[in-house]
Design a protein around this ligand. Structure first.
Ligand code: PEP
Ligand code: MN
Length: 302
């Protein structure tokens, strides 16, 4: 890694790769995030009804997702929009885990909600609007659950890693970074998907990086292409919004995939995931060779 990255991100140095730490692997139930497997997290933006959640959980599991997403506490741009079912939503998520075997990722919006959300969730999501809420980050870290840290709407990579460092400093090593698009001058898409950030973080950070093409695009027809780009950029997984009837969703319907669209996206990802596997194999074989060159004794050279 180039020395100037160390200087630029000196305040979040524990997030950076080192000889001691090349990759963090976050264990979640029987899964590993940041390891060999590309992990897809899918589900509705908000938990709405028992039927909506169970149907989605069963469907996305059959299509290859390993983690169910769904918000019970919802940060909304409008104070009049649906704010989530709260505890009832968490209980539905727990039932969906029981029925489907999928792990659960869901958002904690305030420090006070963390103990309750941590009781039901396998991964705590910190939303984009909360990325700089340091008391929430510390409470989430102390819960002991892995933390999926979304990038703030206008956060630089440095600010984002600063928030990750707060969680690491609070004693929780299981941080997962999530690129969900940032606000730029472009308004045709909901946000601008910063794929360069994914590529950079995979080079300099040992933390797993997940891509959220749904909030980046804001339009369901763009989601599959952004998902493929995320794989090519080196992401460790996806966070995707899926709904049985996207046009009737209580939040983020425009960017939610129908079941058929989710199936098609997953199928179209296959060749990209095969390439990813090939590349990982090549990298694994290359490491011992490079090490062998590095440790070659002087007398053997030339
Ligand atoms: C969400 O995942 O539904 C969400 C609110 O995301 P973000 O915090 O990235 O806007
Ligand atoms: Mn959403």
């Amino acid at each position: 890694m180039r020395e100037d990255w160390h200087k630029r991100f000196a305040e979040s140095s524990d997030c950076l790769k080192s000889a001691r730490r090349r990759q963090t692997i976050v264990p979640v139930l029987d899964l590993e995030i940041g390891g060999d497997e590309f992990v897809t997290m899918a589900g509705p933006c908000s938990v709405e009804t028992e039927f909506q959640l169970m149907a989605t959980a069963n469907h996305v599991r059959r299509a290859g997702a390993r983690i169910l997403r769904g918000g019970a506490f919802k940060p909304r741009s409008s104070p009049y929009a649906f704010q989530g079912l709260g505890l009832d939503g968490l209980k539905m998520l727990a039932r969906a885990r029981e029925e489907s075997g999928l792990a659960i990722v869901t958002e904690a919006m305030s420090e006070d909600d963390v103990p309750l959300v941590a009781e039901y969730a396998d991964i705590l999501q910190i939303g984009a609007r909360s990325m700089e809420n340091y008391s929430l980050l510390e409470a989430a870290a102390r819960s002991g659950r892995p933390v999926l840290l979304k990038r703030g709407l206008t956060a630089t990579i440095s600010e984002w890693l600063g928030s990750a460092q707060v969680i690491l400093d609070a004693g929780n090593p299981n941080v997962i970074l999530c690129e969900r698009g940032i606000r730029t001058f472009e308004t045709a898409t909901r946000n601008t998907f910063d794929v360069g950030a994914i590529a950079l973080l995979k080079q300099i950070s040992h933390l797993p990086v997940i891509a959220d093409p749904s909030h980046a695009a804001g339009r369901r027809e763009l989601v599959p292409a952004l998902a493929r780009i995320a794989v090519a950029a080196g992401a460790d997984g996806l966070l995707v919004e899926v709904h049985p009837y996207p046009e009737k969703a209580w939040s983020d319907g425009d960017q939610s995939l129908s079941f058929a669209e989710f199936d098609a996206m997953m199928e179209d990802l296959d060749p990209y995931l095969s390439l990813r596997e090939l590349e990982a194999g090549r990298r694994r074989r290359a490491v011992p060779m490079r090490d062998a060159v590095d440790v070659r004794p002087m007398e053997a050279v030339g």
